[in-house]
Ligand binder design. Structure first.
Ligand SMILES: C[S@@+](CC[C@H](N)C(=O)[O-])C[C@H]1O[C@@H](n2cnc3c(N)ncnc32)[C@H](O)[C@@H]1O
Length: 375
């Protein structure tokens, strides 16, 4: 892997409020530009070497930022919890040290970079609130023809590759949902829609006795598969990669922990039952299903975070469509549009209809929630 993934134990050690504050910065339309500018000026890395005065920092960066601009970034960064000022010297906070350095224990730089695109897009939110049409996610559902799905996901491989750092650096947030799980009680884990397999890798590193499978339709793409396999090999982790369409091909046998992260949030209301039935069929009796995703839980602080994220997505969609209007009928963006965030209670009903029981839900770190159920 490019930089070492955090261990599950290290992920568990970071306090909830600190992770929540770091993620919240990326969702805050005023804080995000300050964080990005601080990173562009390498301020976290420079202050990680020790406290520094404004004059000292300005002298180092005279060609990149005036001292007024630098003061603004530092002072606003103090307000947003990135820096602290003591005796005219600025220093890095625990939050910035934990999440925003290249070698941070819970590195969230991939999340910050993914959100960079929202800075210019946020102004499109009012227009999005007036004019967005409903999303069309039929190709993600079990109703869709396997050939159409193969074409769609082949065309989407570049998007998945461009999202590798984002998925990788936020796998720690998914894995937080499993910190309290007794992994010793499991033998065979399968992560479906696994993307870069970083989440699967964290589980394998935490519990080497586990047989870990990562299933992903984009592994049909040789370059995407090769990079994923190379990252795992470099980390010395034995995760089996399967190029499979989960909706149309059988999963590995004897799975007793089945995970699917950030998958159901991409499904429309008609598409979820087919997925739940497939996952139920793939799980061994007594096994556990665990979904971590952007689900609303009903808790105000959690749901505010989900709303903030979805608002950013909608603004960005609108911004992109304005920037480069649709002309090609096969353009994937025809499917873009409004799909209300899933609420845990409605998803619980979907899982119950498929046969799952003992269904529980909780916030992991807003906007991520966990739903788990037993077969
Ligand atoms: C939003 S991404 C999330 C990736 C990863 N789970 C994470 O959270 O970092 C959803 C993934 O599901 C995969 N996927 C969607 N439908 C699939 C199918 N029918 N079979 C296998 N993978 C599928 C997509 O290719 C994509 O990589």
């Amino acid at each position: 892997m490019p930089s070492a993934l955090p261990s599950l134990a290290a992920i568990a050690r970071v306090p909830d409020d600190l992770v929540a504050a770091a993620v919240a910065l990326c969702l805050d339309a005023a804080a995000l530009p300050v964080l990005l500018r601080a990173l562009d000026l390498d301020l976290p890395a420079r202050l990680a070497r020790g406290p520094a005065t404004l004059d000292g920092l300005a002298a180092e960066e005279a060609d990149r930022a005036t001292s007024v601009a630098l003061e603004m970034v530092l002072e606003l960064g103090c307000g947003f919890g990135l820096f602290a000022r003591r005796d005219r010297r600025y220093e890095l906070t625990v939050l910035a040290r934990t999440c925003f350095l290249a070698d941070s224990p819970l590195r969230l730089l991939g999340l910050v970079e993914r959100h960079r695109r929202y800075v210019a897009a946020i102004a499109a939110l009012p227009a999005a609130l007036r004019e967005t049409k409903r999303a069309d996610r039929r190709v993600w559902s079990s109703e869709a023809d396997a050939g159409a799905q193969a074409d769609y996901f082949r065309a989407r491989a570049a998007f998945n590759e461009a999202s590798r750092d984002y998925f990788r650096d936020t796998a720690s947030l998914l894995a937080r949902a499993h910190c309290r799980r007794d992994l010793a009680a499991h033998r065979v884990v399968c992560d479906v829609g696994a993307g870069p397999a970083a989440f699967a890798a964290i589980l394998k590193a935490a519990a080497p006795h586990l047989q870990v499978h990562a299933v992903e339709i984009t592994y049909e793409d040789p370059a995407y598969l090769a990079t994923t396999a190379e990252d795992l090999r470099a980390a010395g982790l034995d995760v089996a990669l399967h190029a499979l369409n989960v909706l149309h091909e059988p999963l590995p046998p004897a799975i007793d922990l089945l995970t699917a992260n950030r998958l159901f949030s991409g499904l429309d209301r008609d598409g979820a039952d087919g997925w739940a039935e497939r996952l139920y069929a793939a799980l061994a009796p007594g096994g556990t299903l665990a979904l971590v995703d952007f689900f609303a839980t009903g808790e105000p602080a959690h749901d505010r975070s989900v709303a903030a994220l979805v608002a950013l997505w909608m603004a960005w969609n609108r911004h992109e469509l304005q920037r480069a209007p649709l002309t090609d009928p096969s353009d994937d963006r025809h499917a873009w549009g409004w799909n209300p965030p899933w609420r845990c209670d409605e998803l619980a009903r979907v899982l119950a209809r498929a046969g799952f029981h003992d269904i529980r839900a909780r916030s992991v770190v807003p906007p991520f929630a966990l739903i788990e159920a037993r077969k």
